[in-house]
Design a protein around this ligand. Sequence first.
Ligand code: HEC
Length: 222
Amino acid sequence: MLTMPTRANPAATDALKINRLLGALLGGVALSAVLSAGLAQADTVPAGLTAAEVESARGIASALVNQLGQALKTSITNDGPVAAVGVCKDVAPSIAANLSSQHGAQVKRVGTRVRNPNAGVPNGWQKEALSEFDLRLAQGEKPADLEYWRVVEGPQGKRELRFAKAIVTQQLCLTCHGKPEDIPAPLLEKIRTEYPQDEAIGYRVGQLRGAVVVTRALGSDR
Ligand code: HEC
């Protein structure tokens, strides 16, 4: 997989700087060509994003996935899966809220099918991102490569970043999102009691489960 240039990779950073200059001179075309050469998901990274903006959005999404994954594993190990339902219910939104306020962004998880209809339903662009991911997964792309980037004109003419990072079902997730007949009865009962409208069940490993979505106002000074 191609990776983002970082400080540890001065050649790539220099190349990016030069190419950003070129991009500024020649418009979006040169920048996207450069991004294709130097960054993962290049063809979908819109012209006009800085490397820092890209890196920051990626950082927010992976922080959510990592912190939640850690909390889930710890809770399942220490208290069992029935108690871990509470992690998904309370800890997931609080991690997302913390990251949102830390980074001046809106961060959340959405699902292809949804357990909590108050929190996890994708809006228009998020649905578009999910169908794009489904297609790309079917074409054999690696889950880790599935990113969606758009810059749109938001409220008050400010540029707005819309970023989605795919969440693909892993073994651990099947405990609570697998086939109903594979879920232990007390856990299934807990899920059904807490989430009478649950649709986030019946997933298989490797299937698209949803996405972390980040919406953020960008500086308009460029
Ligand atoms: C212990 C049970 C449990 C496990 C294990 C679990 N989840 Fe969930 N998941 C839930 C619950 C409960 C919710 C609803 C949270 C809420 O109230 O917002 C949820 C919600 C979600 C959502 C938000 C969309 C929706 O359906 O409401 C996503 C995305 C998600 N889970 C992905 C995963 C992934 C990926 C894994 C594996 C890494 C996983 N979950 C493991 C119980 C679990």
